[in-house]
Ligand binder design. Sequence first.
Ligand code: ADE
Ligand code: ZN
Length: 336
Amino acid sequence: MDSLIQRLPKLELHVHIEGTLEPDQLFSFARRNNVSVRYPSVEALRSAYQFKNLQSFLDLYYEGTAVLVNEQDFYELAMAYLKKVADQGVVHTEIFFDPQSHTHRGISFSTVMNGIRRALIEAEETLGISSELILCFLRHLDEADAFETLKQAEPYLDQIIGIGLDSSEKGHPPSKFERIFAAARSNGLLTVAHAGEEGPPEYIWESLDLLKVSRIDHGVRCLEDNSLVDRLVSEKMPLTVCPLSNIRLGGFPDMRNHPLKKMLDRGLQVTINSDDPAYFGGYMTENFLSTQTALGLTQEDIVKLGHNAVESAFITKKRRDTLHAQIDHLVHNDDM
Ligand code: ADE
Ligand code: ZN
C-alpha cells in the first residue's frame, strides 16, 4: 500500500505557500532579513505548533510571514516546497498565496508574485512538476481590501488561474465576498472557497450559490446536512480535504474519527491535500499514509482518490486524460 501511495501520480489542490515555511527556513530568512523571532530556537518554535483551533494556528502563521521580505525569499520558499513534493510523486500542484498578508507589511504584490512565479517556471523545467496559482482573499478583512488586492493583481491575471477565500471562517460568511467573486469571474478567473472547515454547512451552500465555486476547500462539515451532500454528489463538486490539518486544528479528535472514508463512501468527489504542511506534520505522502492507516483505506479508495484529484484539477482535457491513463496503468500492471 505504501508503494501504491508513493507511485500514484498525485496532484495537490490545496496548499498555502505561506504554510510551507519550515521552522529552520523561517530562522534562516529571519537572520538574512534582520527580522527578530520571539522563539529562541527552531525546536522552541516547532513545539509552539500546538493548536486549539483555526485561529490559534492563523495567529502563528501570519506571524511567520514577517520573515518573507525579498523576491528571493518567495522564490526559495516555493522552490523548497516544489522539490519536496516532486520527490513524493506530486506531478501537479495548485498553490494558494495570501497577498494581503504581505502587502499589509509593506511588501509589494510584484515582489511576492515574481518570486513565486520564478520558482514555478523553474520547477516545471527542472523537476517536471506543473503548477497553477490561486490568489486567496483573507476573509477577516473587508470587501474594499479585497477589491484593492484584485486591482494590484490586474497586471498578473494571466499568471493566476483563480481566486480563493481563506483565513478565519466563523463569522465571515462567503456572502461578504459575493461582489469580488463576481468581479473575478468576469475577469475570467475560476473560483474556490474554504467552507465547512470550522464554519457551518450554510457556508458551503453560499459558496456554491453566491460565489459559484468550482471546488470547495475542506467541506468536511457537509456531512451534517444530507441535502447538501446530495447536491455536492450530484454536481460532482470537488472537496479538497486536508486530513492532518483537520486533526491538528481540532476538527476531529484523532485520525480514526476523520470523515474522509465516510465522504468517499457517500460518493463525494474527495481529494487529499496538505493545507499547511510545515505546520501540520506532513506533506502529501504523509497525509495519504496517515489516513490510509487510520481509516483502513483500500487500494480502490487510494486509486479513487487519485482519479478524483485528476478530475478536480484545473488542467487541460489532454493532461486529464493522460493522468487518468497513468493511474489505470499503475493499477493494471501492479500486483498491489
Ligand atoms: N490559511 C492557511 N491555512 C488555512 C486554513 N486551513 N483555513 C483557513 N485559512 C487558512
Ligand atoms: Zn487551506
